[in-house]
Structures are given as C-alpha cells and as structure tokens.
Design a protein around this ligand. Structure first.
Ligand SMILES: *[C@@H]1O[C@H](CO)[C@@H](O)[C@H](O)[C@H]1NC(C)=O
Length: 225
C-alpha cells in the first residue's frame, strides 16, 4: 500500500516537473499593486506596445553619451542612465546602459545595488578601485583596480561601488541586464528615507550611539543617478 502511494506520488511529480521549470517573469518595476479597473492604472513600466508598423529609428535611439558630466557634487560622481525611460524601444528587451563620470582624487559611486540587473562595466579613462560584497553566506569583499580597457562584473543584487583612485577624472560605461535596473544607494536608503527609520532600529542594527544615528539622519544624502 505504502509503495502504491509512493509510485502515485512519483508519477504526479514527474507530470508536474515540466511546470516546475516555469516561473514568473522578473519584475519590471519595484511593485505593481493589482487593480480590477485599468482606468486608474499607472504604467510605470511594462508599458503598452506601440503598433510595430509605426516604430521609427528614434524609438531605438539616444544621443549625448559622449558628453562628460558634471561631478561637482558631494560624492564626486554622476551616473547618466540610458534605459527604457530614455529609449522606449528598450521595453521588454532586458538590457540598458549607463555612463559614469568620476571626479579626480576620490570621485565615488557609493555602495549601492541594482535589484533587477547584473552589471558589466568597462573603464575608458582613469583608474578605479571597484568591488562588491557577497551575500550573508560569507559577506566576502571582492575588489580590483581597473585601468582603461578593463572590464568588471557586478552580480545582480550585490552591494558594489567604484572609487576613483587616480589623480585625473575617470569615465566608465556599463551594460545592465534590465530595461529598468533600479538603484538602491545603501546610505541614502538607510539614513535618508522619508519618513525616517526609527533611530532605535539603526542604533541596534549598526551598533551606533543614538546621537551618531541622529547626526547621520540629519545629513543630506546626494543621489548621483
Ligand atoms: C558643475 O556643478 C557645480 C555645482 O552645481 C556648478 O557650480 C558648476 O558651475 C558646474 N560646472 C560646469 C562646468 O557646469
């Protein structure tokens, strides 16, 4: 009797297994609250499609990524995104691009994650110290100093940074495996959200004195993207 149940269970699993390989498509935005009536819908992403016959070159085009950006800001870097917001033709294609300018002597793209994309970065000018941290299995820091022509990968979701360790400005370009990668800058998200996180939570989580937490929370956290 027991073995009959086992065989039945095995057959059911075998039948179900092709379905087990299917999964939901990756999210194209931070969240999408379901509604029954699309009158009140807002399509942040996952947009309606234009009639393909009406598509034109401009739908797949962006210009100006050759222009150096101003890095005179608190972190000394500026990210110029080229994603579905700039190129509507990227919709549903799972890819995008950024240019990153770093000011001389310490321009920093501060620790951040992309919730929806792996990033592959190429340095075209300057010297960058880059790194990412693995997840809580061992929280290992993996770093490299990059020179022009060097390429580095930041796996999806992991906290990473790039720091200009040269005396001149630096420039990099990066491809990202999402039409809308998203950015979570760690300091901004932890110490600068609106409304603020209860300081007691940050005191315990970061092992800080409350006055230090309050000071950090009172700062202006610049977003470089
Ligand atoms: C860069 O930005 C700073 C701060 O906003 C501004 O003072 C400066 O004039 C800008 N530089 C250029 C070249 O636009």
């Amino acid at each position: 009797m027991k073995s009959a149940y086992f065989i039945l269970a095995f057959c059911l699993l075998a039948l179900a297994s092709p379905l087990a390989y299917a999964s939901d498509p990756s999210s194209l935005q931070d969240f999408c609250v379901a509604i029954d009536d699309h009158k009140d819908g807002v399509f942040v992403n996952g947009k309606f499609c234009k009639d393909p016959k009406l598509a034109k070159a401009e739908d797949f085009y962006y210009s100006g990524l050759n222009i150096p950006r101003n890095t005179s800001n608190p972190v000394g870097s500026t990210v110029t995104p080229v994603n579905v917001a700039q190129i509507p033709g990227l919709n549903t294609l799972g890819i995008s691009l950024v240019r990153i300018d770093y000011g001389p002597n310490g321009g920093l793209n501060p620790p951040h994650t992309h919730p929806r994309a792996t990033e592959i970065l190429v340095v075209v000018e300057g010297t960058l110290y880059v790194g990412f941290v693995t997840s809580n299995t061992d929280n290992r820091l993996i770093t490299k100093v990059l020179y022009p022509g060097d390429v580095f990968v930041f796996p999806i979701g992991l906290i990473h940074f790039q720091f200009n360790v040269g005396k001149t400005k630096a420039v990099a370009f990066a491809g990202l495996s999402s039409q809308n990668p998203g950015v979570i800058t760690i300091a901004n998200a932890v110490f600068g959200p609106n409304p603020s996180i209860n300081p007691d939570i940050l005191v315990k989580a970061f092992q800080l004195d409350k006055n230090v937490v309050k000071k950090l929370q009172s700062k202006f956290w610049w977003a470089n993207n």
